[in-house]
Design a protein around this ligand. Sequence first.
Ligand SMILES: [Zn+2]
Length: 246
Amino acid sequence: MRSQNIIETIRERLDIVEVIRDYIPSIQKAGKNFKALCPFHNEKTPSFTINPDTQRFYCFGCQEHGDIFSFIEKIDGLTFMEAAQKLAAKAGVQWEGFSMKTMTENDRVRIELKKVMELASLFYSRFLTSSNAVKAAKYLKDRNVSKESIEKFKLGFSPIAENMFVNEATKRGFSKELLIKAGLAYVKENGQITDYFRGRVMFPIKNTIGEVIAFGARALGDFQPKYLNSPETPLFSKKRTLYGIF
Ligand SMILES: [Zn+2]
């Protein structure tokens, strides 16, 4: 089946109301539409609507809108192709191959971003076991964080020394621009590109399918601020991602 046909078949087989109900069980019928509290912004009265005729959603509060595919992209932090694969499985549609040709430039960037976040997670968790991270290991031990939890949540430590992650990632072929886009590096006043996280216990933040999309980080010692999260990136939106959802 060609990918365009797959997309059309998914649309025919799935109802956006039922797909969204899996994420927001409290949706209610309101006239010919459905209403719910918006998953994309904080609110107390529902302004998120789903129109079963057009199979589209719209939020009067934050103006998020789209179809079944963009809903999954946004709520799960996926690319269009990943969202389509997920929905294909749900619809029982055979997905023969993940074609790079049908990916947009945006999709390609997101895939690169996910790769570099994965590398960062590995780098920080390995660094936590090094002799330069004795204080961080002691901090976690004092807080009664078990070895199993450290392993399970892939906790890590970011080096105090400047540029260790930037050097590691560029050595592996990732561009400095990508590191900045991923929120793992930033441009200092003197124009130098340096690590965003330094001297911090690192908590990976994952999307609903378990991919690392951001970090929460707690400073050890004098680094300010004490708590620092990844900035907003194409993968990570603070208002959309619930820590620990995975
Ligand atoms: Zn909204």
